[in-house]
Design a protein around this ligand. Structure first.
Ligand code: KIV
Ligand code: ZN
Length: 505
């Protein structure tokens, strides 16, 4: 709606293509090193996704990098296979020897790079850049030139060097925001100015040091840049590069670029790269994060159930994600009903209210209720004894090092309040001993089976306790409870079972 209003003021190109650098800049993520086999597997997925170019590595860096480039080239992918090279002949030859389709050559141009890294004059840097482009083009290979640290290079010099490589026949001039210092307005200005003199296509390579890599890439596109460098999950040096999934989805869903990308594969690709690199995505990561299409608050879930567009800008299916209704302290009754329907769990209004209250109580304690938790709670409530002859009125347990675990239990039995304190090998045993002693006038019962399961991993997982109690007349019954406290779950399961036995006696 508002985008249409500003689109008229933009200088959008006819087409934008994606240059993926997950296997090169992405691999420069601290702690990440990919084997040849891993690079091949990721390259196949990127090709299947539909990126135009895959930068597979830096062939001059090692034998492994060369082997990866050769192996990926032997797959005859649809994507162009690119190798990175400094403007040095040795680097260029390493890439040429691998028979890459595309060479991305670079040299530092900013005062910092000239003075401290290269110790070279502006003129020498310029002639190195032109020679490298000439050399690549003489070999009939697609050439991209990057002025490393372009965004901290004096504009006149940057423009001069880009014009020189443009005249040498470079296919893409790339504008790297090497340390992520640009803001969208400055990136837009820079690309617009460069466009005035450059004939070749313009590409951008943005780093995320200030969290602006995607915004700066889009600002470049708004000024006419035809290619964006990106990495899966935004991997890359330091804070990373522009995230491929975000760039792709904004270009398609917000700018209406008909990118030839199979967006339904984005989540799968993100998870695959995350597994291989060991870099996990935060749950709130746009597009591919665990929570990107998760809804918890009652108001939102109500809206989503009526019409998903109320709280989703795109459908989860579009990126291969799934919508999740999360239960917790913000859950509304609608969300809970829809979850129970999803699992085919039917219950009456009282049972529903008990489940609802239990979820709210867990939520107030800061606990997220997973689907497995919900199923366990529902099963417990559905299987609960119909009448509560014995009720828990209070419990206190004491346990620790060098003390006998002791439980004091207060029960209402046929409306009469009784309490007892007993010891045991642990707090659960002590509590069950206290219950048995309190029940001894009414029922001679013993514990026949006891099982405990943590529903989900983690120390704050819900505990599901299942027991079978039996009396001396041969009556036995199951009891079940799901709680965030093991002692409470055990006591409730035992009382549930006792109530069932009392009902049938
Ligand atoms: O960030 C950067 O400047 C780079 C260059 C190699 C283009 O990755
Ligand atoms: Zn980079």
């Amino acid at each position: 709606m508002y985008i249409e209003k500003v689109k008229k003021t933009m200088n959008l190109p006819e087409e934008v293509v994606i240059f993926d650098t997950t296997l090169r800049d992405g691999e420069q993520t601290p702690g990440v090193a990919l084997t040849v086999d891993e690079k091949i597997r990721i390259a196949k997925k990127l090709d299947h996704l539909g990126v135009k170019t895959i930068e597979v590595g830096f062939p001059a860096a090692s034998e492994g990098e060369k082997e990866a480039a050769r192996e990926i080239l032997s797959l005859s992918l649809d994507a162009q296979v690119c190798g990175l090279a400094r403007t040095l002949k040795g680097d260029l030859d390493a890439a040429i020897d691998c028979e890459v389709d595309y060479i991305h050559t670079f040299i530092g141009t900013s005062p910092l790079h000239r003075e401290f890294k290269l110790k070279m004059s502006k003129e020498d840097i310029l002639s190195k850049a032109v020679d490298a482009v000439d050399y690549i083009k003489d070999h009939g290979i697609v050439a991209e030139f990057s002025a490393e640290d372009a965004t901290r290079t004096e504009f006149d010099y940057l423009s001069e060097i880009y014009q020189a490589v443009d005249e040498a026949g470079v296919d893409f001039i790339n504008v790297p925001d090497t340390v992520g210092v640009m803001i969208p307005g400055s990136m837009n200005w820079l690309v617009k100015e460069l466009k005035k003199t450059i004939k070749s296509s313009i590409s951008v390579h943005c780093h995320d040091d200030f969290g602006l890599a995607v915004a700066n890439s889009l600002a470049a596109v708004e000024a006419g840049a035809e290619q964006v460098h990106a990495t899966v999950n935004g991997l890359g040096e330091r804070a990373g590069n522009a995230s491929l999934e975000e760039v792709v989805m904004v270009l398609i869903a917000r700018y209406d670029f008909p990118l030839d990308i199979k967006t339904q594969q984005l989540v799968n690709l993100s998870e695959f790269v995350s597994r291989i690199t060991g870099i996990k995505m935060p749950p709130n990561k746009a597009i591919v994060g665990e929570n990107a299409f998760a809804h918890e608050s009652g108001i939102h879930v109500h809206g989503i159930l009526e019409n998903a567009e109320t709280y989703e800008p795109i459908s989860p299916e579009m990126v291969g994600h799934t919508r999740k209704i999360v239960l917790g302290k913000h859950t509304g009754a609608n969300a809970l009903r829809s979850k129970l329907d999803e699992y085919g769990i039917e219950m009456n209004e009282d049972q529903f209210c008990t489940v609802y209250d239990q979820i709210k109580t867990l939520g107030d304690k800061g606990k997220k209720v997973t689907d497995a938790d919900l199923k366990a709670i529902a099963v417990t409530i559905l299987g609960k004894a119909k009448e509560e002859i014995v009720k828990l009125e209070g419990i206190a347990v004491m346990t620790g090092e060098n003390v006998m675990p002791t439980a004091t239990v207060k029960l209402s039995i046929h409306d009469e309040i009784k309490s007892a304190a007993k010891t045991g090998v642990g707090p659960v045993d002590a509590a069950i001993n206290a219950i048995q002693s309190l029940m001894s006038d009414t029922l001679d019962i013993e514990l026949q089976e006891y099982h405990i399961d943590a529903i989900t991993g983690g120390t704050n997982a819900l505990a599901e306790v299942f027991v079978i109690m039996g009396d001396t007349d041969g009556n036995n019954a199951t009891g079940r409870s799901t709680r965030d406290d093991v002692v409470m779950a055990s006591v409730e399961a035992v009382l549930d079972s006792i109530n069932k036995i009392l009902i049938v006696r």
